[in-house]
Structure formats: structure tokens, C-alpha cells
Write a new protein. Structure first.
Length: 69
């Protein structure tokens, strides 16, 4: 389970996630990632039944959940 401030697959929002991603690009070498990116990495690592659950909480707006057989 990856709980994160996720940007949408178009990388245009939601606003808090897009702004945090921009800040990370300026201040570090990283950025916020999309559910599709996390899903691809989880699948590559052998996880299955991958789903994204969206919610509203401080510091996170979703979780990407996968199960390893």
C-alpha cells in the first residue's frame, strides 16, 4: 500500500498534488507520481490486483494498493 499525494494521470491536478510536485521539481530531483506510474512499478515487482483508492486527508489524497501472490 502506497499512501501518497497523487497527481492525476494527466499531471494537471488536483491542485495540492500538482503544486507539491512542482515544488519537488524545483527543490529536489523528484516529483509526485501518478497512480498509473505506481501501478506499473508494482506490477513490474510482481504485485497483482492493483487499485487506486482516493480520499481526502492531510498530506495524502489517495493510495495505490497491490497484492503479491
Amino acid at each position: 500500500m502506497i499512501s501518497e499525494l497523487l497527481v492525476n494521470d494527466e499531471k494537471t491536478g488536483p491542485a495540492p498534488a500538482a503544486l507539491m510536485s512542482l515544488n519537488m521539481l524545483i527543490e529536489t530531483e523528484g516529483r509526485n507520481y501518478t497512480p498509473a506510474e505506481y501501478s506499473a512499478w508494482l506490477e513490474e515487482a510482481g504485485f497483482r490486483h492493483i487499485e487506486t483508492v482516493w480520499f481526502d486527508a492531510p498530506g495524502a489524497n489517495g493510495a495505490v494498493i497491490g497484492r503479491k501472490p
